[in-house]
Design a protein around this ligand. Sequence first.
Ligand SMILES: *Cc1c(COP(=O)(O)O)cnc(C)c1O
Length: 849
Amino acid sequence: MGTVEEVSGNTKSGLSAKSGVLAKIPAVAHPLAEEPAEIASNINYHVQYNPHFSPFKFEPEQAFYATAESVRNRLIQQWNQTYLHFHKADPKQTYYLSMEYLQGRSLTNAIGNLDSQDAYIDALNKLGHDLEEIVEQEKDAALGNGGLGRLASCFLDSMATLNLPAWGYGLRYRYGLFKQCIGKQGQEEIAEDWLEKFSPWEVIRHDVVFPVRFFGQIEVHASGSRKWVGGEVIQALAYDVPIPGFKTKNTISLRLWEAKAGAEDFNLFQFNDGQYESAAQLHSRAQQICAVLYPGDATEDGKLLRLKQQFFLCSASLQDIIFRFKERKEKGVRQWSEFPNKVAVQLNDTHPTLAIPELMRLLMDDEGLGWDEAWDVTTRTISYTNHTVLPEALEKWSQTVMWKLLPRHMEIIEEIDRRFIAMINSKHPGLESKLSSMCIMDNNPQKPVVRMANLCVVSSHTVNGVAQLHSDILKSELFADYVSVWPTKFQNKTNGITPRRWLRFCSPELSHIITKWLKTDEWATNLDLLADLRQFADSAAFQVEWESAKMANKQRLAQYVQQVTGVSIDPNSLFDIQVKRIHEYKRQLLNILGAVYRYKTLKEMSPEERKRATPRTIMIGGKAFATYTNARRIVKLVNDVGAVVNTDPEVSSYLKVVFVPNYNVSVAEKLIPGSELSQHISTAGMEASGTSNMKFALNGCLIIGTLDGANVEIREEIGEENFFLFGATADEVPRLRKERENGLFKPDPRFEEAKQFIRSGAFGSYDYNPLLESLEGNSGYGRGDYFLVGHDFPSYMDAQARVDEAYKDRKRWIKMSILSTAGSGKFSSDRTISQYAKEIWNIEECRVP
Ligand SMILES: *Cc1c(COP(=O)(O)O)cnc(C)c1O
């Protein structure tokens, strides 16, 4: 390696030791380079001719940006080809509308999808860098909260890989999901400035700009047509992110909208007059729209801002979709009745519901269609995915706020509702008594609201749930009344995950062994092939390799945990992980109460007895919504328990409890490959699907879980003997809740002991009473154990005892681990997306030649 002196002779000016290497490698633009030498030259070209830092600086950070830009270069050609190919072939195309995308990092994924891993490793070595090290420089794009956003990102990956004509639309939030730090008081939130420097992946499309109106009034013309005018108009500017498919040229777009005000909105006169703030008022209002993901909505202003965000996404995306529909017409004016043969719009939950009245408005007020024609086009275009049955999570917007912000849309929604009610009255008189809950407008004079889920069900051609159990509950409970009106409208599409990010790239060791034994790497695009691993489940040679790959991942994870928490964990202990958003229904509290009971039991054992215990490392991670007090208390409790347990010399070699901070996609990519047991322990009926259960199972991690969401199907696929099941079933929950509420049950002594231990102050003086009382009674903080933590505690502890026993039998455990991976084929998002394509969108492959 060269030295800095060869370049400048100066090491004090911040020049890096690696800049000497740069001098030896020609800086040549090779946008399509495939050979390591050319890739290295191309990276050097970006360092020198596309500079973002001081000259000759070439630390890992500079290397990351230059490498990412060289990779993006390579993607651009196939990205443009894909655009052109779709344009010429003019197939029916799907547009996925989502307020959230949890993309995580892109470099490893892009290089892996280009199948250029080795070439990039080599090229970076020539430049004195290590690919593994520089990928760590990338900030996660965390434009989402959790499962729903990550699902959208996995779906984009599968759409590209399956060569489907499909795009994603979202918002370009300036600050994504907050960064979580753990301080004395528990969780602290810090704004995550993912664009602080810049994102090397996005491309601004200066020519793609659409006006989006808010407020204003309705003008009625002599002809009877209506027009929305006045108010404030903000521009939506497109930023495109390439989504490469795996080993295909197809590279689709994630189009993220940014809100902007124009130069004409800047009041130069006011500014020169010293009125700086009012001069740039519209600019600052525009900035607010894309400032943060999910602004707090406790205040009226907060609610208004969230609604503005939702409308902004819907309006800009639909204008763009209509523009493209017109642009792709071969000759003459395309019939609007053809629109649904060219366009499918999928609503990811109710957040983009306003796409429905906005499409109606654009068709009627701008394009001159009549109601019936516009309604026919809209309902044949739009479909809706439901993600939750929790009543508090079903969106309901104040009619007052909506009339103010979107007066024309409210007229349209009222008309949709009026026609729906008339249809029920004439065709389904038996449902009259249900109308008050089925209709869209809830006109309760105290608090009139629009029920977004109802608007979606009434206006979509298809409504789907995200796992079989969840879809069944939708049909039998939440949407039961609609089923008799539209018996074929409701479907199931069990969620999936992309096997590229969640196995191939995050666990190269295990992937390598799978490829070696299956004698093919086709499993990465045909995950059902993993079933062939079953034949090797008992093979001693295979088991040895499997175990050593898992061990390598555990060691890597142990290093990471040490680095971020300072806690040293033993790779020979059972790695037991629960990572997901902190929520009472996900029951991290059940996990930590179990850990507390385990700790207490270990304390009471003699040293001899303790030696027979299975050593465990319990890791818990996840963010709590900033205003969700009980979730914050849970974070605090986990940290407090860890602080005591991990420093207790008697037990710390048998039990560690670690809170892993700032759970996000890149942290998940480190945790999941190193996991052996993971907890998916929600109250039955409350988790619509879950997707991290699939990521863990795919990585040979066993699940302890309830019969909830996709757990049910995972257990079916991998075999009930390979799944640690416990807890009440969904149909028992209502009865059990009543029992708990009325105190008609026998308290479990272990559960009482665990709570008492916390109350005794064993983990510090923080006031955990509100949290513990939520598991009891009905007065004060009491919530009658709504989530059935107490009810499920004994069967949970029994299942944990079965885990401890199973882990002692290494061969049995490894076999179960292999069978878990082997049974995960169904949970590829390729399978999910193929089903959407065939059964909802009616779209076909459109492969770039
Ligand atoms: C997969 C994933 C989730 C979803 O986890 P669940 O356990 O299904 O709720 C949330 N956050 C991140 C970062 C993920 O990768």
